[in-house]
Unconditional design. Structure first.
Length: 565
């Protein structure tokens, strides 16, 4: 908001001068010199054949003549070799903070509301959830919350992988061991899937048999369907339990199986629009474009044996979503390695004409690695159950913070969530990252516990001390104070950038920076025994606003605040 206001003003100055350059300013990292900086004069120097400093001086002169009455800046100056430095006036800073404090959602101007479907989580039933699924849940939940906060009508769907080969494998395994329907338990499923999956790799005939079972299930075999129902029921319950622990919630629990009833209508549409082709007995859609650097292979819609694939169910699900919700957008939060799959699916949508009214986005993420740089494994073993990850995280937190032994169980769970989520969300989702359980469990550094500790520390002062002012005065008292205020002013821009890029990491890093500023402020300014009552009240007011922002934004990362730690 602040940046935009200054940019708009600067743009008018540049236009007046006939300078064809964008008024792009950046937040200064030398807060002692200025709050914001403009460096456009450097690149424009070649155009005008003048030195950057001359250009900057001309701009500043023009600014001063246009904005004589303007009170938003304390200082604007051209400095060698050609920057323009902007320093906000105390009055303007505080007026803006007052507005943020008074208005709901800090007075942020929200974009035009859209209906957005978000597809995340995507666990496969009958297989234990692994760390990869954790990322989709954490990143997806945060993107969902940011979209909702910004006023969009968001519909979330977990899109269970419930009709793939793993079902055939598990049914095969259960039957082989003569396990009756009612005797199946989640532990049995957790044991059977890995062993069957291994067997299929070594024994081609078992693999074929499992594929046959899967196909017959999809074609409506009643007996297999009973197994499927039972497996799905047990597995979904376990998945829900884990998502509940993570405070991750979906509007719909549809799965691939639910998409099957849309396949006939979809096939008909593909046929009328002459999009399907036959190749070696399979039905495919060619999605090559001339502009492609790398060849995009066709989407296989139906295999020679009549079976449908991952792409088919995704397309049928899109059919359902458009019919039911008429969304402006559909977002998918999955592993980056699925990028090609979504490219194919989206291109089929383009051919169908669906992209006219609906925008499709694949939001990919990288891998969670262990300290050895390989995909993360818990101590418990190769197919890490998330339960053991939670348990190990709790232990690590208690080891590095022994006095927290007295924390109650629900607060500890909040901490486990904060540790795991903040470790993840501080990274650009497209990057791999190393989950170092010990590093992320401490209260120092860029960690969840650090953020929560900062909040609680400030909160305890606010609970002890009273203040009665309703607005900030005109004054900013010192350097750390100023830094904190300016940081809070960046909220709107940060949130919007995080929204537009679908990067919760932008928000997560901002919250960390707020905390760094709060702690620096707190170390420097001893509020408790301050004589100057007016100053004290202003500072309490400011800290209260900072904590309010922290809490509301932490919720967008689905991080809760413990009672104490
Ligand atoms: N079940 C899939 C997997 O484990 C992820 C599903 C993602 N969503 C989708 N609509 N394809 O890889």
């Amino acid at each position: 908001m602040i940046i935009n206001i200054i940019e708009e003003k600067l743009q008018k100055v540049l236009d007046n001068l006939g300078y064809e350059m964008p008024a792009k300013i950046i937040v200064s990292n030398r807060k002692d010199l200025c709050d914001y900086q403009f460096d456009g004069s450097f690149s424009y120097a070649k155009v005008l054949h003048k030195s950057p400093i001359e250009i900057s001086e001309t701009i500043v002169k023009m600014w001063e003549s246009i904005y004589k009455e303007d009170t938003s800046l304390k200082k604007i100056e051209a400095v060698k070799p050609g920057f323009i430095n902007f320093t906000l006036s105390d009055e303007f800073i505080n007026e803006t903070l007052n507005k943020m404090n008074e208005e709901p959602k800090f007075g942020i101007k929200m974009p035009k509301s859209e209906t957005i479907v978000i597809d995340y989580g995507g666990p496969n039933i009958a297989k234990p959830l692994h760390v990869g699924h954790l990322r989709s849940a954490i990143v997806g939940e945060s993107i969902k919350r940011i979209l909702e906060y910004c006023g969009h009508n968001v519909i979330s769907d977990v899109h269970l992988g419930d009709y793939g080969l793993q079902i055939g494998q598990v049914i095969y395994g259960l039957k082989k061991e003569n396990i009756e329907l009612e005797d199946i338990t989640i532990d049995i499923l957790d044991r059977i899937y890995p062993s069957m999956s291994a067997l299929c790799k070594s024994d081609e005939s078992v693999k074929e048999e499992c594929a046959r079972i899967t196909k017959e299930l999809q074609d409506g075999n009643a007996e297999y369907h009973k197994y499927f129902k039972r497996i799905k029921e047990l597995s979904s319950k376990d998945i829900k339990r884990i998502y509940d622990y993570l405070d991750v919630h979906f509007d719909y629990w549809y799965g691939e199986a639910d998409a099957y009833k849309y396949i006939p209508k979809l096939t008909e549409e593909l046929e009328t629009k002459k999009i399907l082709e036959t190749s070696e007995g399979a039905r495919i859609v060619n999605v090559i474009k001339e502009s492609d650097d790398l060849e995009v292979p066709p989407l296989i819609y139906q295999k020679q044996n009549g079976a449908y694939l991952y792409g088919t169910t995704d397309l049928a699900t899109i059919y359902q979503r458009i019919e039911d919700y008429h969304p402006n957008r559909i977002l998918y939060v999955t592993d980056l390695r699925q990028a090609l799959h979504f490219k194919q699916v989206f291109r089929v949508c383009e051919k169908l004409g669906y992209t006219k009214n609906t925008t499709f986005e694949h939001l990919g993420f990288g891998t969670v690695n262990g300290s050895d740089g390989k995909p993360y494994k818990t101590r418990a073993g190769s197919a890490p159950k998330l339960d053991s990850l939670f348990k190990e995280t709790k232990e690590a937190f208690l080891v590095s913070n022994p006095k927290n032994d007295e924390m109650d169980e629900s607060d500890l769970d909040i901490l486990v969530n904060a540790i795991i989520k903040f470790a993840d969300l501080q990274n650009n989702r497209e990057k791999d990252y190393i989950f170092d359980i010990n590093k992320f469990s401490t209260v120092v550094g860029k960690t969840g516990p650090y953020i929560l500790y900062t909040y609680l520390r400030i909160n305890s002062i606010l609970e002890k001390e009273e203040y009665s002012i309703l607005r900030l005065n005109k004054e900013v008292y010192n350097e750390t104070d100023r830094c904190l205020r300016i940081k809070l002013l960046e909220l709107e821009n940060t949130l919007k950038y995080s929204l537009d890029t679908r990067l919760p990491s932008v928000l997560a890093n901002y919250l960390y920076e707020i905390c760094v500023n709060m702690n620096a402020f707190y170390e420097k300014n001893h509020i408790n025994n301050l004589e100057d009552k007016n100053k004290k009240e202003n500072w309490l007011f400011l800290l209260n606003l900072a904590n309010k922002i922290l809490k509301e934004m932490l919720d967008l990362l689905s991080i809760k605040i413990p009672k104490k730690m």
